[in-house]
Structures are given as C-alpha cells and as structure tokens.
Design a protein around this ligand. Structure first.
Ligand code: AP5
Ligand code: MG
Length: 191
C-alpha cells in the first residue's frame, strides 16, 4: 500500500491536492474535516458536538477522529492505499494511526507538508468564505484561531515524522498544477 499523510496549515491546499493525488495513485482519500462536515449535515450526535468546536476553529477530540479513521480503514481493506488529509493533527493521533496501520501490517509511506505563507492562507480562506464557503471561513478571527491551533498543536508532528525519516516539505504557494507536480515528484522518489 501507498499511505500518504498530506499535511499543512488551513488553506494550504490539502483537500485540493489530496483529490488529485488520490486519482494519480488510485488511493482512498480520507479527510477528517470532510467526514466531520458530513456528520454535521446529517445532524448526528457526533456532528452536533463537533460543530461547536469546528465553528470556533478548535480541534475535535482525538478519540472522535481516530474512531472515524478506524472505521474508514476497516471499510477499505482492499484499497491500494490511503491519503490522509487533515489527519493526524496531534501527536496522540499520529501514534494511534501508526498503531491502526500496524494491525494490517501497514505503515505510513511518507508525509508531505505543504508550505504557504500566512497571508496567502488567509487570502484563500477569506475568499472561500466570501464565495459562500464553510462556516469556519466566516471571519478573520476564526481563521487566525485555526492557524494558531495548527502552530501550537499540529506543527509538532513535523518532528514526529522527521524522526521516522518521512518528512517532505513542498512549496505550495504556486498554482494548483505546479504544486501537484511537486507532490508527485516527491512521492515518486519513495515509490
Ligand atoms: P479541515 O477540513 O481539515 O480544514 P483545515 O485544515 O482548516 O483546512 P482547509 O480544508 O480549509 O484547507 P486545505 O488545506 O484542505 O486547503 P483547500 O484545498 O481546501 O478541518 C476543519 C476542522 O475540522 C478543524 O478546524 C477541526 O475543528 C476539525 N478537524 C478536522 N480534522 C481533525 C483532526 N484530525 N483532529 C481534530 N479536529 C479535526 O484549499 C483552500 C482554498 O484555497 C480553496 O478555496 C481552494 O480552492 C484554494 N486553493 C487551493 N490551492 C490553491 C492554489 N494553489 N492557489 C490558489 N488557491 C488555492
Ligand atoms: Mg481541507
């Protein structure tokens, strides 16, 4: 299996690029953000609780997202591999993902970290907010909080993957196509 972690701050292009990479390598795309938004739309108990945190730009509890990912992996045992988008976001999530994959004799192949300047992140998210986007793109305060949460709680994962020799930094400030080519080049070096 090819199991990729697509990493980076809010607005870096994880969702956009994960879709393209999933097509390129025939992977199952798992976005915890999208899976949580589906729960919100369906008004499940999990979705109602998650919405309170998401709308302020805070993370939902580790056990909630790990549970969701566990179900998805179990339902896709025949996959060529997975592309994890927006997951893991904390050290406990990363450790539990490694444990989950180990049960299937699998592991993360590599982590790809999209780097985009903060001003561009804000520009992209405010634009999506204005173009009838997501509730967590609604204003600059929520977006700032999401970026702060990324810096404080998620960025430490860089060292986690560096220690496993699985860290790749990809410049993500170009066009969608340029960034995609850089990601494919990085993945092809480990394939
Ligand atoms: P999640 O849905 O993961 O959101 P996020 O990380 O904040 O990031 P985005 O989805 O906004 O950005 P992206 O990097 O995917 O970029 P995109 O391709 O969309 O999480 C939402 C919330 O759910 C979290 O805040 C948290 O509460 C909760 N959650 C999710 N996972 C969790 C977890 N594991 N643990 C705990 N809580 C979790 O692009 C952004 C915009 O830019 C788009 O409009 C796009 O069209 C545009 N764009 C993309 N690429 C380019 C480009 N190259 N040039 C110009 N524009 C571009
Ligand atoms: Mg996304």
């Amino acid at each position: 299996m090819l199991n990729l972690v697509l990493f980076g701050p809010p607005g870096a292009g994880k969702g956009t690029q994960a879709e393209l990479l999933a097509k390129e390598y025939k992977l199952v795309h798992l976005s915890t953000g999208e899976l949580l938004r589906t729960e919100i739309k369906q008004k499940t108990a999990l979705g109602i609780e998650a919405k309170k945190l998401i709308d302020k730009g805070f993370l939902v509890p580790d056990e909630v997202v790990v549970g969701i990912i566990n179900n998805q992996i179990r339902q896709n045992k025949e996959a060529n591999g997975f592309i994890f988008d927006g997951f893991p976001r904390t050290i406990p999530q990363a450790k539990q993902l490694d444990e989950l994959l180990k049960k299937y004799d699998e592991s993360i192949s590599t982590m790809l970290c999209l780097e985009v300047p903060k001003e561009e992140l804000k520009r992209r998210l405010l634009k999506r907010g204005a173009d009838s986007g997501r509730s967590d793109d609604a204003n600059e305060e929520i977006i700032e909080n999401r970026i702060n949460v990324y810096n404080n709680q998620t960025k430490p994962l860089i060292d986690y993957y560096k220690a496993q020799n699985k860290f790749n930094i990809i410049e993500g400030n170009g066009t969608i196509e340029q960034t995609c080519q850089k990601l494919i080049a990085a993945v092809n070096t480990i394939k």
